[in-house]
Ligand binder design. Structure first.
Ligand code: PRT
Ligand code: ZN
Length: 211
């Protein structure tokens, strides 16, 4: 019996996910273009996937656990347990408007058009604040939407802030703070739960050593 873990195939979380497993003493060869691989010294099978697909794979039990941004877990609304924050991939999901816009509060978003790749989280944020706005879902290059007249505001992930700055935008609201998390399937077999506990113990030791 093996524990199946899904990690990002390529992108911002890939290297740190592999690094974390290595720091836990798990030997994996991360061949590029591979769909999956097995650890040499731990009963672990590793699937390399697009981050957006990871919550669904975990909900379905195709993967037992996975490493993915909390932002993706919340947006996808899949039934998974967040079992551990991992301390990397830190970012925030923020509202931004053009620099020249006079913005004082969330009320200024009323009846505006907001471009985002996170319609679910944005809708929830707007509802919480009693704001009605038009959400335009776009899958990439959200930051150019105000400049081309597609939207009055955007809601996108920010880390350094330089992408917003270079596009003449300013951050006005933090909607969510996020980092990579270990997520797990709701109904793990007892054997897999034991393996997860063993892995979690190692992850917590690695994280403690860093603090
Ligand atoms: O191919 P796949 O679908 O797997 O990857 P992806 O392109 O959808 O995701 P990827 O690799 O870009 O990001 C994976 C995860 O990393 C995200 O879901 C977040 O949890 C986390 N993360 C951390 C970030 C950032 N920081 C980040 N800065 N994801 C995206 N960004 C973007 C941001 O939207 C902006 O456009 O990076 C750009 C630069 O940010 P600044 O503020 O540093 O300029
Ligand atoms: Zn993605």
């Amino acid at each position: 019996m093996k524990l199946k873990i899904a990690i990002q195939k390529s992108g911002r979380l890939h290297d740190d996910s592999i690094k974390l497993l290595k720091e836990c003493g798990i030997d994996i060869n991360n061949g590029v273009n591979k769909l999956k691989t097995e650890a040499a010294n731990f009963p672990l099978e590793v699937f390399f996937l697009r981050d957006d697909d990871i919550p669904q794979y975990i909900e379905d039990g195709v993967a037992d656990i996975g490493i993915v941004g909390e932002n993706v877990v919340l947006e996808k609304q899949k039934q998974v347990n967040i079992v551990q924050k991992l301390g990397f991939g830190k970012c925030r999901l923020s509202m931004a408007v053009e620099k020249s816009v006079d913005y004082t509060s969330v009320k200024d978003l009323q009846n505006k058009r907001i471009a985002t790749s996170y319609p679910v989280i944005v809708e929830e944020f707007l509802q919480q604040h009693g704001i009605k706005a038009e959400i335009h879902e776009i899958s990439g290059s959200v930051e150019i939407a105000p400049g081309i007249g597609l939207a009055d505001a955007i809601c996108d992930l920010v880390s350094s802030g330089s992408t917003l700055f270079m596009n003449g935008l300013k951050e006005v609201e933090t909607v969510l703070k996020s980092e990579a998390v270990l997520a797990a399937c709701h109904n793990l077999q007892p054997e897999q739960q034991l393996l997860l506990d063993k892995l979690l113990f190692r992850i917590q030791a690695v994280r403690k050593a860093k603090n």
